[in-house]
Write a protein that binds this ligand. Structure first.
Ligand SMILES: Nc1ncnc2c1ncn2[C@@H]1O[C@H](COP(=O)(O)OP(=O)(O)OP(=O)(O)O)[C@@H](O)[C@H]1O
Length: 310
């Protein structure tokens, strides 16, 4: 059984208007998304800004209410578990994009990392301090850091503090929402490699949200490509990077920069071909509202949202 199973998930936000402030329409932020993540694996959710990635992650962790569909974690439907204090909620943690704003600047590192422990475990002050220091060590920061404030750390170190807080309760699933996109490129690889190390050590499963396909290629086993609240394509890393089928995926893959000058030229030609196809055949790939069609299997692992022929 997969650790996480998301089935036909919809998250719609009401748009209200008129003098009675009635619901007049809805933003279909997530509009029927299904995927599952096997234990110990990393699943990449990719798409441009506004495609619904964060909304999906927040719905899984209970921060957005689900309009319809289901989220099962370890075989249990999460719909009834929206209270923050249930033990299931302990098993899923989130790392946010911006380590500057996601850490409370007025709190010391001790209090930041101890917060989830205080919610779920009754530890003495001495036990708590010891646990926080162990966690700091785990993420490569000195035990003395407990008395410092977030602004006294670099961006990469702050994201390590965020990771220490996320792993404090020994979760099974971590939702990492653009965890390195606010960091300098030189620091990104360090944090990503570190995330892979702790994944192995702690047997973590990741839902990795990113708009950066280069990073997703480095991190993920399976990938779902989102566009306007729906999936346009889903598959293994190999399916998506070596055999992209949907024009939207092809565009994303073609846009990954190549450092090798020989490949760079080939890539440029490929990118121009893809752009031409995108503009001349757009209507074959999207329905009359410009939305993705239903996904269909083209192999056991690879699904593409293309209309049924014939
Ligand atoms: N609480 C909310 N109320 C109304 N609309 C919302 C709310 N949260 C998100 N949306 C809308 O839902 C859509 C999807 O947003 P979401 O943040 O999930 O996209 P995203 O792919 O994560 O983009 P980004 O990378 O910019 O965060 C957007 O149109 C957004 O404006």
């Amino acid at each position: 059984m997969a650790l996480l199973e998301v089935d036909k998930l919809k998250v719609h936000f009401p748009i209200r208007g008129g003098i009675l402030n009635r619901k007049i329409d809805a933003v279909k932020a997530v509009d029927g998304v299904s995927f599952s993540i096997e234990r110990g694996k990393t699943y990449g959710l990719v798409g441009e800004s506004g495609s619904g990635k964060t909304t999906t992650g927040k719905a899984i962790i209970g921060l957005n209410s689900i309009t319809s569909g289901s989220v099962k974690f370890d075989g249990i439907d999460l719909a009834g578990f929206n209270s923050k204090k249930t033990s299931l909620r302990k098993d899923i943690q989130m790392i946010f994009q911006d380590p500057y704003s996601s850490l409370n600047g007025k709190k010391r590192v001790l209090d930041i990392i101890a917060e989830p422990l205080r919610n779920f475990e009754k530890l003495s002050k001495a036990e708590e301090k010891k646990r926080v220091q162990e966690l700091l060590e785990r993420v490569g920061l000195s035990p003395e850091s407990i008395l410092k404030y977030p602004h006294q750390f670099s961006g990469g170190q702050r994201q390590r503090i965020g990771i220490a807080r996320a792993i404090a309760l020994k979760p099974k699933l971590i939702i990492a929402d653009e965890p390195v996109s606010a960091l300098d490129v030189s620091v990104q690889a360090q944090v990503l490699n570190f995330m892979q190390d702790i994944q192995k050590d702690l047997n973590l499963t990741y839902l990795f949200i990113s708009h950066d396909l280069g990073i997703v290629k480095h991190m993920c086993d399976d990938i779902g490509i989102m566009y306007k609240g729906r999936f346009v394509e889903e598959g293994t890393k190999e399916d998506i990077f070596n055999h992209p089928q949907h024009i939207y995926t092809k565009r994303l893959v073609a846009a990954i920069p190549d450092i090798d000058p020989v490949n760079r030229q080939q890539k440029k030609v490929y990118r121009e071909e893809v752009e031409k196809e995108y503009h001349s055949n757009y209507n074959e790939y999207f329905d009359h509202e410009g939305l993705a069609y239903q996904l269909r299997h083209i192999s056991d692992s690879h699904l593409v949202a293309l209309p049924q022929k014939g």
